[in-house]
Structures are given as structure tokens and as C-alpha cells.
Design a protein around this ligand. Structure first.
Ligand SMILES: N[C@@H](CCC(=O)N[C@@H](CS)C(=O)NCC(=O)O)C(=O)O
Length: 239
């Protein structure tokens, strides 16, 4: 098995289409941690996954020297402390708290309605959730401005280099591009509405870690369309 250095054993249970998994892979790549990646079939979860994450039964799960860690943001914090450098969270306690705030915001206010849009059974329902996602990106633009002093300190939440919030958001980059194709919603890429996020999106995509790990956008588009079609079929059969 591949290790994180020395005789460390690191395994990641994941799914290619999961933004939560992708953010963990980005962090491992940025830290230079070698690991074994195990693709899970979420319709037929492995015994290992169910044993390691009996509460949520979800990916990602990181297993380090036989001990599992669950929940992607907790995994990122674990990776940041267990491996390194570079560090993802800032050293300064206030900057660290601000980074955690925006990372939580990314999941709670941006990600949650996005997941609802994903599961919506009608176009109207989906459009309603997507309006909330778009509104959440306006606040995220202000967060990026706060973290970078209006862009003066760099284009990432971490400043000149990628930090915790960047990795958290990095997982959704393929979905951001896929969304433009699927519904026309410009989530981060609208230079008029969210100029800092538009630069962030471009610069993030240029990173070696992004080029190596982000799933192909066409594959994501097909996957999302397949889920939408499934949801619509469930709705039709319920009527
Ligand atoms: N809050 C969790 C969310 C993880 C999550 O929702 N994972 C999905 C894949 S994107 C999953 O494994 N779902 C289980 C299922 O589909 O049964 C995290 O941050 O890790």
C-alpha cells in the first residue's frame, strides 16, 4: 500500500463524482501525501466503508494507519495537522477562525441548496434552489474580498497560495463549470457580478493539483443530467 511518508498507511474511500471526496484528494495532493484510493459503489457500499463510517455511511473516509476519519472538513483539518507542509489553515487564530467560517458557509449556505437542486424533481423546484446558490456566491465574493483585502493579498482565500477554504471550494469547480452548461447559471465565473471569484476560478483551474485531480466536466455534465432524469422519472411515476 502507498504511504504518506515513511511507513505511514493512508487509504481514501471515495467516489469520483463527489465534491467532498475531491477536496480531500486536493489536500492530499497539495501536501504530497501518497495514498491508496478506493472507488466506492455508493449503491453497494463496501463492508470497509460501512465499518469505518457506520453513522453517515458516506464517502469520503480517510484511513490513516488503520484509524478512520470521517466528514470531509474534519478530514481536511486532520490532514493539515497530521501531514505537511504546506499548511492549509492560517497560523493566526483570528484568520483561522475566518477561514473556518467561510468553509462552513461553503457547505451550509452554498452546498446545501445546491444539493437540494440536485435532488429536485421538477425544473421549477430546481430553479428555486439554484437562485439561493447564486445568492450565496454573492456573499462568498465578499468573503474572498475580506480574506484578501479586496484582492491585494492574492487571488485565493489563502492569499498568494491555496488555503483551507480554497481546497473546500475546489471540490465544486467541475460542478461550477458543468452548471454553466446545464442551466446557464454562472456561479463563480461571472466577472461582472463576482470578479474576485471569477479570477479565483481561473487561477484554481491552473493549479497542478486541479489539473491532476478534477474530474472531466463532460463526465460531470452527463452524470448530473442522469440524476436529473432519474429524479424526473420518480416524480412522473408518483403522479
Ligand atoms: N458532510 C459529508 C457529506 C458527504 C456526502 O454527502 N457524501 C456522499 C457522496 S457526495 C455519500 O457518500 N452519500 C452516501 C449515499 O449516497 O448513500 C462530508 O462533508 O463528508
Amino acid at each position: 500500500m502507498a504511504g504518506g511518508g515513511g511507513d505511514e498507511e493512508v487509504t481514501l474511500l471515495g467516489h469520483w463524482g463527489s465534491a467532498y471526496v475531491t477536496r480531500v484528494r486536493l489536500a492530499l495532493h497539495l501536501k504530497g501525501v501518497r495514498y491508496e484510493y478506493v472507488e466506492e459503489d455508493l449503491r453497494n457500499k463496501s463492508d470497509l466503508l460501512l465499518r469505518c463510517n457506520p453513522v453517515h455511511r458516506a464517502v469520503p473516509v480517510l484511513i490513516h494507519n488503520g484509524r478512520p476519519v470521517c466528514e470531509s472538513q474534519i478530514i481536511l483539518q486532520y490532514i493539515d495537522q497530521a501531514f505537511g507542509p504546506p499548511t492549509l489553515l492560517p497560523a493566526d487564530p483570528h484568520e483561522r477562525a475566518v477561514a473556518r467560517f467561510w468553509a462552513a458557509y461553503a457547505d451550509d449556505v452554498l452546498g446545501a441548496p445546491w444539493e437540494k437542486a440536485y435532488r429536485a424533481r421538477t425544473e421549477e423546484e430546481r430553479a428555486g434552489w439554484m437562485r439561493r446558490v447564486v445568492a450565496a456566491t454573492d456573499a462568498l465574493e465578499r468573503g474572498l474580498s475580506e480574506c484578501t483585502d479586496g484582492g491585494k493579498k492574492g487571488c485565493f482565500f489563502g492569499g498568494e497560495r491555496v488555503g483551507f477554504v480554497d481546497v473546500v471550494l475546489g471540490g465544486v469547480v467541475p460542478l461550477v463549470h458543468a452548471t454553466v452548461e446545464i442551466s446557464g447559471d454562472m456561479l463563480f465565473g461571472d466577472a461582472g457580478r463576482t470578479p474576485l471569484l471569477a479570477t479565483w476560478l481561473q487561477r484554481f483551474g491552473e493549479l497542478d493539483a486541479a489539473k491532476a485531480l478534477l474530474p472531466d466536466v463532460d463526465r460531470v455534465v452527463d452524470y448530473v443530467r442522469m440524476i436529473h432524469a432519474k429524479n424526473a422519472a420518480v416524480k412522473a411515476s408518483a403522479n
